[in-house]
Design a protein around this ligand. Structure first.
Ligand code: ADP
Length: 823
């Protein structure tokens, strides 16, 4: 037998017994066939049989021994076992073998046996035999015939080996190889297989044709690959390969330029894997080459196109930024000039046109500012200018500035900064203010009743920085859920009709979003249509090293410009000042009660409650001091204290002290200016609400300092400012002649009678009313007249009176020509 195997260790006892039985069977057969053989020969034969048996014992082979003459075949028990039979289940006949042969194999096998027996063609075949359970198994059979002295075969013996598993794995391998080669051919990829130890590399034909070579044109060695690599890529590729082989990177995948036979460079993507020995050392590596030249070119094109697009976009944004900046300069000129023009004498239609011009210029400037910001952000030119600032100041000032608009719409505007927010922070306060103005401005714009609140809280913080959370809530028209995201896009408005009704560019929120992003925060909205909106944004700020808004007041702080409505008693005998003060206060939302004398004031005071009293000092009959003293006397019983604010045109020394001594709380100079009036009035009202430190007495003086304008009888702009609106101006002009005549007549009578006191009173009343008209020259003359009267110099007073009378006539003419009170 050619297949000699070592005796397999671990044979079980029953198996050994079986083999011994086999051996005895063989010996028996020998003795039967060689009955006359000498004992020595028999013994030798037995030994040789034993060797043979030992040799096959370790194998799984099944022995057969066929007597060609009788057709009796000895099938060893192992043979039968291989076919799933017990020893007694198969007869010792050739037909037993033949009947089990697969139909497809039978003819071929019988022919092979015949060829061996007749022509000594070696017998080494493969066939299928049916097992007892009906399943066919593959066997390899080898055997040889014994021949007599004449060369005639009389016996043939051999073995069968079950090769089914081997056959299946070969078939599986063939299938997988077939699959692999199909796949390789299908992909156009080139395959390489590198024996690291010898440096030999198998390069598949597609590997070579990818770079223009025939199979035999390139040598199968590593140097081939090395040589064709682009010099600029060489170092990188070798480093990647080394990193992979030395296990520094998990996979080998690298792109490089590879030289084509025609001299051009192709882009190759190489991928591969290594096989490693037990120590982890790679000994073989195989992989593929893919030509990615086209993809590379596409990528390059795309990259170039993107760069070009970005450059164009940035150029556009830079252009926009420059343009809007350039346009702003002349726009400022237009606005400045229209403001100056508005301060001159104009007729009604001129004024109307000019106001329209200025409104348009204002909104154009606003739009330009938005575009400038937006294009700056787009062009990547928007930088934050970080420095230390006071957050409370920023929020309070912003809210106060917006308060005028809120007030005009009768909306409540409140703000609250949490006490944890540090007083001083590092950040761009200008940009923060811009965001707040935008959001608070929108909230006011889209709200018709109710109010707006601004809240600031700490979201999170570290030792050097903190994230603040701002909330701007309104009770306005709200936003539909579909628009919650898109309103932050440039030029987007919640609905088309909104644009017409509310105006705006749709840029505000886009700018806010970008600024908030620059501040490492985010912005979003929660809103319900018809109920209101809350805009949230977060922004990061640095902490300052300095030690800190005292903490801020934990309550909502009422904004100066939009207080709750106050009940104000105005005590004033002059018709003009009654009109002016009542109009200003009512426009501001306060409830005004007018009293024309001290006595009337006391009567009102006794019958209804007031939050404050504005008290004219000089009044005929009971003056302001006396009325105040009387009110304080009444209060002694109740223990209450109403704020009384003196209003006087007196600028003489001692007035302040006199007011205080008479029990007044504050003081305001005539002519009244709305800003100062509200400050004094509402500051007092806030004292009880925010517990500010007591400021015993504040005199607002700004209004008193005004250089005389001799050339024109009155200053129209200042008059407009003190009146506050056109309607009141017309009314004041209409009552001017009657009121001045009344006081001038009184003065004339007093002069004629030589009485200084009524002369002083008349001059004082004139002084009080002329201030409202911003008639500086007349005011100065009235003031001097009152001083002459006070000093008892009736001669000097007469001179002044004459001048004043003339001036008042001129003033009347000027007022009439500036405004036609009849319209
Ligand atoms: P605009 O200049 O048009 O106000 P914004 O970007 O500031 O531009 O706002 C975009 C749109 O978002 C507005 O036109 C409006 O439709 C909606 N919007 C913004 N704020 C509010 C709000 N507080 N309430 C209701 N709608 C709002």
């Amino acid at each position: 037998m050619s297949d000699t195997h070592e005796h397999a260790a671990g044979d079980s006892v029953p198996e050994l017994k079986q083999r011994i039985q086999e051996l005895e069977g063989m010996l028996h057969a020998c003795r039967v066939r060689l009955p006359n053989a000498p004992a020595e020969a028999v013994r030798e034969l037995a030994e040789s049989e034993e060797r043979f048996a030992l040799a096959v014992r370790g194998t799984n082979d099944g022995i057969w021994d066929w007597d060609l003459k009788t057709d009796v075949v000895y099938f060893a028990p192992r043979f039968k076992q291989l076919l799933g039979h017990t020893d007694d289940e198969m007869k010792n006949l050739f037909s037993e073998f033949e009947s089990r042969l697969h139909d497809e194999d039978r003819e071929r096998i019988l022919a092979a046996l015949k060829a061996h027996v007749d022509q000594q063609v070696p017998y080494d075949v493969e066939y299928r035999l049916r097992r007892k359970d009906g399943v066919y198994r593959w066997f390899r059979a080898r055997g040889s015939a014994l021949r007599d002295g004449a060369g005639h075969p009389y016996r043939m013996a051999g073995s069968i080996t079950d090769i089914t598993d081997q056959k299946e794995s070969i078939q599986a391998l063939a299938r997988s190889e077939e699959r692999f080669s199909l796949a390789v051919r299908g992909t156009n990829d080139g395959i390489w297989d590198w024996d690291i130890r010898t440096g030999e590399v198998f390069f598949s034909p597609p590997w070579k044709s990818m770079i223009g070579y025939e199979d035999d044109e390139l040598e199968n060695v590593f140097a081939t690959f090395d040589k064709l690599l682009h010099p600029e890529d060489h170092e990188r590729v070798m480093a990647t390969l080394n990193d992979y082989l030395e296990s520094r990177i998990p996979r080998y995948s690298v792109e490089f330029r590879f030289k084509h036979k025609d001299g051009s460079w192709r882009w190759i993507l190489a991928r591969g894997r290594s096989l490693r020995d037990k120590s982890g050392k790679p000994y073989r590596m195989a992989g593929s080459h893919t030509d990615v030249t086209e993809r590379k070119h596409d990528e390059e094109e795309l990259h170039k196109a993107r760069q070009a697009a970005e450059a164009a976009n940035s150029a556009k944004s830079v252009f926009l930024a420059n343009m809007s900046h350039e346009i702003r300069t002349p726009m400022n000129g237009v606005i400045g000039m229209s403001e100056l023009l508005l301060g001159t004498t104009l007729d009604d239609s001129q004024r109307e046109y000019l106001n329209m011009l200025k409104d348009s210029a204002d909104s154009l400037l606003e739009l330009l500012n938005d575009i400038l910001d937006f294009s700056k952000i787009e062009a990547g030119k928007m930088d934050l200018d970080s420095h230390e600032f006071d957050l409370n100041t920023i929020v309070t000032e912003t809210v106060q500035a917006m308060g005028i608009r809120a007030f005009q719409k009768r909306l409540v505007l409140l703000h609250h900064i949490s006490p944890e927010v540090p007083a001083r922070l590092l950040g761009d306060d200008g940009r923060l203010r811009q965001i707040l103005i935008n959001l608070v401005g929108n909230a006011i714009k889209f709200t018709h009743k109710g109010g707006v609140t601004v809240e600031v809280n700490v979201e999170s913080g570290t030792a050097d920085a903190l994230m603040l959370h701002f909330k701007i809530n309104d009770t306005g028209i709200g936003i539909t859920p579909e628009m919650h995201e898109s309103i932050f896009e440039a030029f987007t408005q919640a609905e088309a009709s909104t644009t017409r009704r509310y105006g705006g560019t749709g840029l505000g929120l886009a700018i806010c979003r970008d600024l908030v992003t620059l501040m490492q925060g985010r912005i979003w909205v929660e809103s319900q249509l018809g109920v209101g909106s809350t805009f949230h944004f977060t922004a990061a700020f640095g902490r300052t090293s300095g030690i800190s808004i005292k903490p801020l007041s934990p309550r909502f702080q009422p904004v100066m410009t939009a207080p709750a409505s106050m009940r104000v008693l105005v005590v004033e005998d002059g018709h003009v000042n009654q009109l002016v003060s009542a109009r200003m206060l009512e426009k501001r939302g306060h409830l005004v009660t007018l009293a024309s004398s001290g006595q009337e004031a006391i009567d009102f005071f006794n019958s209804e409650p007031f939050d404050a009293i504005l008290m004219d000092v000089q009044m005929p009959g009971m003056n302001g001091f006396e009325a105040t003293a009387a009110i304080r006397e009444i209060e002694k019983k109740s223990g209450e204290h109403v704020r009384i604010i003196a209003m006087t045109a007196n600028a003489m020394k001692g007035d302040r002290e006199d007011c205080l001594a008479a029990g007044m709380d504050d003081y305001i100079a005539k002519p009244l200016r709305s800003v100062e009036l509200f400050q004094v009035l509402e500051k007092n009202s806030q004292r009880s609400m925010v517990q500010e430190p007591e400021q015993p007495f504040t005199r607002v003086e700004a209004a008193a300092i005004r250089p005389p304008v001799e050339s024109v009888p009155f200053d129209l702009a200042a008059f407009r400012e003190s009146a506050g609106d056109e309607k009141l101006m017309r009314k004041l002009i209409a009552i001017f002649p009657e009121d001045t005549q009344k006081y001038l007549k009184k003065a004339e009578k007093a002069l004629a009678a030589g009485k200084a006191k009524p002369l002083y009173e008349a001059a004082h009343s004139l002084k009080g009313m002329l201030g409202v008209y911003a008639a500086d020259k007349a005011l100065r003359l009235a003031s001097e007249l009152s001083e002459y009267a006070h000093a008892g110099d009736l001669k000097g007073a007469q001179l002044m009176y004459d001048q004043l009378k003339k001036e008042c006539a001129m003033l009347n003419g000027a007022l009439m020509s500036a405004y036609d009170p009849g319209i």
